[in-house]
Design a protein around this ligand. Structure first.
Ligand code: GLN
Ligand code: ZN
Length: 473
């Protein structure tokens, strides 16, 4: 009766009514009121959320508050509203008011956004893939087996400290920006020295690939202590979408343009895709997920356009959580795929033929979704395959996948530095499956959790391996 997969207050009056209806079919004494699943997926308690906006906080319920809801609902259902004591009556009243306030708040409903999103019908990019890639190869001039990375470089203690000091107001914006720019400079110098061909700025300004965008989008809220388990001892603090989403101003443009101004190489712009932003956030429950995702996609399409207008020639739109978002029930899969593919395409629909769109996916079993990945129509996809040899890749050959692919040639989840020989072997294996014209060479995910002393020799070895393989071709 109480949804334990989100953070929204239950509508207690409605739930009590639903239980009444159920009791026409089931004996009351056989009904047990509970949360929809374990409370593992919600943060612990709202009690310590001191910085949150009062109005928004009033719409939320974390685990402890959900238990209160279960007890209140069951009391109303089993014993009747009249039996509530003074405190419980007040809680019930507050619940009714909170739900009304959420339904009517102008902070949730933004007509301008709704109109823009409803009228946004362009889902196809200019030109077919074949046409685009021909133009891009000529214009961007990258070689076969082009080398690149997935976006982030090590988040050093200094980078984290600068971000947190800035957040706490301990350092000025100028000092903060100087520090970030220094870090970007270092990333560029390293990439140039080691011979990487397509560069990235390193993402030092991002705490997390979803929270960073959430913080800059209208319609997003954040918690101080809303931690939930991701896997093992890893935890995340997902932001939450409470209202219509829009982009008040460019989100990545300044950092990316700065980075591009520091190098002659192509600087890849780096965005998180709409489906991943959605899947790694708590999402409003008063709107279909696909509709929320479309709002994010429209906002991102403006970012892509701003980047290309500023001279950025490649933009990577990460869909790390694309596969993770698949519904468990088979009958719901095609619906998910429909809007997930549509919204990825909307987010890059502004890209001209000349602008190369990359995407990246993590830990995926691609076999069953290969047609869907192809339908996303990205020019290049980098994927995590290092841990499974080239097994995963065979499917790309089997289905005659046409777009370019960067199968990760080493596993970034391990601190181990892969040797040149090992990566030469790996690249040769890839070449047994896909032609050199279709292959990119990169690590299998972002490098932010690694240390520089692991990243540097690994990438140096990766570039050497590519040189050796190219010579032999
Ligand atoms: N661009 C992101 C990074 O490099 C991608 C992260 C991911 O795939 N999880 O960190
Ligand atoms: Zn990844």
């Amino acid at each position: 009766m109480v949804d334990a997969r989100n953070i929204w207050k239950n509508d207690i009056r409605k739930t009590a009514m639903l239980l009444e209806t159920l009791s026409n079919a089931i004996e009351k004494e056989n009904i047990i009121v509970s949360t929809s699943c374990s409370l593992l997926h919600t943060p612990f308690t709202l009690k310590y959320e001191e910085k949150m906006d009062k109005e928004i906080k009033n719409w939320l319920a974390y685990a402890v508050e959900k238990l209160d809801e279960v007890s209140l609902v069951s009391k109303i259902f089993f014993d009747g509203v009249d039996t509530l004591n003074e405190k419980e009556t007040l809680r019930y009243q507050n619940n009714i008011e909170a739900n009304t306030s959420r339904k009517n708040s102008t902070r949730i409903h933004n007509h301008e956004v709704q109109t823009k999103v409803a009228n946004f019908t362009k889902t196809e990019r200019e030109g077919s893939y074949e046409e685009r890639i021909k133009i891009q190869k000529a214009l961007l001039g990258y070689k076969d087996l082009a080398t690149t990375t997935i976006g982030s470089f090590p988040q050093t203690p200094e980078v984290r400290k600068a971000r947190s000091d800035f957040k706490k107001g301990l350092i000025s914006k100028d000092v903060y920006e100087r520090e970030m720019k220094n870090y970007i400079d270092e990333c560029i110098t390293f990439q140039e020295e080691c011979g990487l061909e397509i560069l990235v700025h390193g993402e030092p300004e991002r705490n997390d690939m979803v929270e960073y965008f959430g913080e800059q989008l209208e319609g997003y809220g954040f918690s101080q202590n809303g931690w939930v388990q991701s896997y093992g001892s890893r935890c995340v603090k997902p932001p939450f979408i409470y209202g219509d989403i829009s982009r008040p101003k460019p989100m990545t443009l300044a950092w990316t343009s700065y980075a591009q101004s520091k190098t002659k190489h192509i600087m890849k712009g780096m965005l998180t895709g709409p489906v991943t932003i959605l899947n790694w956030s708590f999402v409003r429950d008063d709107m279909a997920r696909g509709d929320v995702s479309k709002q994010i996609a429209v906002a991102l399409s403006d970012e892509v356009d701003d980047l290309q207008k500023a001279g950025i020639r490649m933009v990577q739109v990460d869909e790390a959580a694309f596969k993770e978002g698949y519904p468990l029930r088979r009958e719901n899969i095609s619906e998910y795929e429909k809007w997930a593919v549509r919204d990825f395409k909307i987010s890059v629909s502004t890209a001209h033929k000349e602008t190369q769109i990359h995407t990246h996916m993590c830990y995926s079993e691609f076999n069953d979704i290969i047609a869907t990945i192809e339908a996303m129509d990205a020019d290049v996809i980098s994927i995590e395959t290092a841990r499974s040899g080239n097994e995963l890749l065979k499917i790309f050959k089997e289905v005659g996948y046409k777009q370019e692919v960067g199968p990760g040639v080493y596993d970034i989840h391990s601190p181990r530095v892969p040797s040149v020989e090992e990566m030469v072997k790996q690249i040769k294996l890839l070449l047994e499956v896909l032609p050199k014209e279709q292959l990119w060479i990169n690590p299998d995910c972002g490098l932010k959790t690694r240390k520089w002393e692991e990243v540097k020799p690994s990438l140096v070895n990766m570039v050497k391996a590519v040189e050796i393989v190219r010579e032999g071709l």
